[in-house]
Design a protein around this ligand. Structure first.
Ligand code: 5GP
Ligand code: MN
Length: 338
């Protein structure tokens, strides 16, 4: 099990003891780990008799709607005043699954200005020191794993509910591609065993997340692989690129292209996959990068896509047209020295 310095645990314990109103935040485009870890901790805090409000910068994908408590999350893009007020009133602000407040976009100023005690719980590299106490573990499979470990270290695991266990399992599962990467530490399975003891049905959770495609989504994947994938054998790379119009043709809803960037890595010999899509909310291009082995996606993202992330999974954005982004990718590919 991950363990954190006892003095930090004591600080967190004190915040929990002295606080009554907790605001929990996660990054924009919440994924299964961001939302799952946040909802789980909120659930646990409520078991401790605290008031806990979850704030998401924007909508989470459809396949996470079933997460217990997701329906009550405050959407900051829809209710900015409520998000702002909640953060200004909070005794404690929890910063979940992000290493810098800029990852929460419009929440950033409210988080920075909040008078509440700030606690970071995250597994991204290089956390910005903006919190009163930070539980950062880049080696962790997921923020959900850190949440479980923290609760365990604070001797609070007896208050974990079935609902919180479902949320934690979802976080660990989605951040490891259903335990296919970043998940070889035995602790991961020790935690899963504890969650199973709370009677979660892991197969049901898998199906809810991965087997709930609309017809449009499955056809969009087929179209992307058949018509919109370029392969660069020399650079061991592949690219998929989609316009808004193409996505609309397949009745795109948010989350429909989740996981698409991983698919080219199923080809023998491919070590880098890039997915470019026109942002449905902004006039820029969203960039997703995945790699296998030691190809540094994060350096590639920093250098060419104003982004960052992990060694094998990064993201960023590009200002310009989709065609320009494709050209930029091809240039970058020639130039970049991994
Ligand atoms: P995704 O491709 O799923 O959107 O993002 C994968 C990972 O890349 C995220 O977990 C996050 O660590 C990182 N990431 C995505 N977008 C950005 C970005 O715009 N800036 C930075 N610094 N990291 C990003
Ligand atoms: Mn995560």
């Amino acid at each position: 099990m991950l363990t954190f310095p006892q003095e930090d645990i004591e600080v967190f314990r004190q915040f929990i003891r002295e606080g009554s109103f907790f605001a929990l935040t996660c990054h924009t485009n919440p994924d299964g780990d961001a939302l799952g870890s946040t909802l789980a901790l909120a659930n646990w805090l409520r078991q401790m008799g605290k008031e806990a409000v979850v704030i998401v910068p924007d909508m989470y994908p459809d396949f996470l709607q079933w997460l217990p408590g997701a329906q009550d999350a405050v959407r900051a893009d829809k209710y900015p005043d409520k998000a702002k007020l909640t953060l200004s009133l909070a005794d404690v602000v929890l910063c979940m699954d992000y290493n810098t407040p800029s990852r929460t976009e419009q929440l950033e100023p409210f988080i920075r200005e909040s008078k509440g005690k700030k606690v970071l719980i995250d597994h991204h590299l290089d956390p910005e020191p903006f919190c009163d106490v930070s539980f950062s573990a880049p080696s962790a499979s997921s923020t959900a794993e850190i949440v479980f470990s923290l609760i365990e270290q604070m001797e609070g695991a007896s208050l974990l509910t079935f609902e919180a266990a479902e949320c934690l399992y979802c976080g660990m599962m989605t951040d490891t591609g259903a335990f296919t990467y970043n998940s070889s530490r035995p602790e991961v399975y020790a935690i899963i065993s504890r969650l199973l003891a709370l009677r979660i049905d892991k197969d049901k959770i898998y199906r809810r997340v991965y087997h709930n495609y609309s017809e449009g989504r499955l056809r969009l994947i087929g179209y992307s692989l058949y018509e919109k994938m370029r392969v660069y054998p020399e650079q061991k790379a592949a690219l998929i690129y989609l316009s808004k119009a193409e996505m609309a043709k397949f009745q795109y809803v948010k989350g429909d292209t989740e996981g698409l960037v991983n698919m080219p890595l199923q080809m023998k010999g491919i070590v880098l996959s890039c997915f470019l899509r026109e942002d449905t909310e902004k006039s820029s291009i969203r960039v997703s990068l995945r790699s296998v082995g030691n190809f540094p996606c994060n350096r590639f993202a920093e250098q060419y896509w104003s982004g960052g992330g992990h060694l094998n999974a990064s993201g960023g954005s590009f200002d310009g047209s989709l065609d320009d982004a494709v050209a930029h990718f091809e240039e970058a590919l020639k130039e970049f020295k991994p």
